[in-house]
Ligand binder design. Structure first.
Ligand code: PLP
Length: 359
């Protein structure tokens, strides 16, 4: 048994033993038929999970690098960011540090991205790219992709749409082609239930065309380098081969579970957690209709001593979240994604209840 606490934080999330075991598969060469076979067993199933025909890249670095890949391969005029939490704010900072013309629409934390505000900002014509976070991990807010999709399709068909799905991909149904998302990205330490340090993205044909018209993209994050390897089912540089074996294993687990069951399981876990929150006299931090299915952010109305609860849970073998950044102590989060099944969640919240009797 592991001497480390079981993780109920919103990433990295708990990785099950069978997935960890897949990481110790012997290494294979990254320019061999074996690697192409491995990648071929992964890519179509990721496309299936994302309901897309777009090319899927498997990248051996954190999602932060994909924020930058998205920008470098799409922005010509400028990029508009929707900012409603810590991660969307960081992405906007990445745009600034890359030197792009950029503007942020600031929403209150706890609120979702709204169509009207995006419409007003895009109507200036200053931006050819719109970037947003689907599921703000810092606040547990899930924004409505359908509404944004509708706006972009009807009024701004030439604007490329970049979506961070770091804490929603593989936990929440996202129909990429139907929505018309040009670049969707996630790292693997959230709802994929894999260790960190690896990420996945899917890119539209029109974004590939746009990328071909852009200069000074650098080399490492240039999607056209990925395209050269894509047809050979390889990656431009040596990938994290253990992650590829781990991802193959997770996809087998997802196949067994079934996609619709997986989406429903995450919804059920969210509902169970939300009811637990309300039954304890606490409230939900996100506004109505914006509550994430992969994590729940709880406003600490009862002024529970989060540090004491944390110590007690740790002594019982569980790692809780104490709130992100400025929210620490005021709001805290329960993650219910990836390898956290209903039984794990119920065990955790029962343990939490035991702790509450003593603090
Ligand atoms: N975007 C969101 C919504 C996140 O929650 C995180 C990390 O928690 C990131 C981006 C950054 O991911 P990574 O640490 O893999 O770069």
């Amino acid at each position: 048994m592991s001497s480390f606490p079981k993780l109920f934080i919103p990433g990295p999330t708990h990785v099950s033993q069978d997935v960890l075991d897949a990481f110790s598969t012997p290494q294979i060469g990254h320019r061999t038929p074996e690697i192409s076979e491995l990648i071929n067993s992964i890519t179509p199933r990721v496309q299936n999970l994302l309901y897309t025909q777009n090319h899927v890249y498997l990248v051996s670095h954190a999602a932060t690098g994909l924020w930058e890949m998205g920008l470098r391969n799409s922005v010509k005029k400028g990029v508009l960011h929707a900012v409603n939490g810590a991660f969307s704010s960081k992405w906007a900072t990445v745009s600034k540090t890359c030197g792009y013309h950029t503007q942020s629409i600031d929403f209150d934390w706890g609120c979702g991205v709204t169509v009207d505000a995006v419409d007003v900002a895009l109507s200036t014509g200053e931006f050819d790219v719109f970037a947003m976070v689907h599921n703000e991990t810092s606040t547990g807010v899930k924004s409505d992709l359908d509404a944004i999709s509708n706006l972009l399709k009807t009024k701004y068909p030439n604007v490329l749409w970049l979506v961070d799905a770091v804490s929603s991909m593989a936990g929440i149904k996202i129909e990429v082609d139907k929505l018309g998302i040009d670049f969707i990205l996630a790292s693997t330490q959230k709802a994929w239930g894999l260790p960190a340090g690896f990420a996945i993205c899917a890119i539209s044909d029109r974004m590939l065309e746009k990328s071909a018209s852009l200069e000074n993209k650098g080399y490492f994050l240039d999607v056209l380098q990925y395209e050269k390897s894509y047809g050979k089912s390889q990656t431009p540089s040596t990938p994290s081969i253990p992650h590829l074996f781990g991802l193959q294993k997770v996809l087998n687990i997802i196949d067994e579970e079934g996609l619709e069951n997986r989406w429903k399981r995450h919804k059920d876990c969210a509902e169970y957690t939300q009811n637990w929150v309300l039954a304890h006299g606490q409230s939900l931090y996100p506004e109505m209709d914006c509550r994430s299915e992969t994590l729940t952010c709880i406003q600490n109305d009862q002024a529970w001593d989060i540090n004491k609860i944390n110590d007690a849970l740790l002594s019982r073998g569980f790692r809780m979240d104490r709130g992100y950044g400025d929210l620490r102590g005021k709001a805290f989060r329960v993650a219910h994604m990836g390898n956290v099944y209903m039984k794990d969640l119920v065990d955790y919240l029962n343990e939490f209840d035991e702790v509450l009797k003593h603090v």
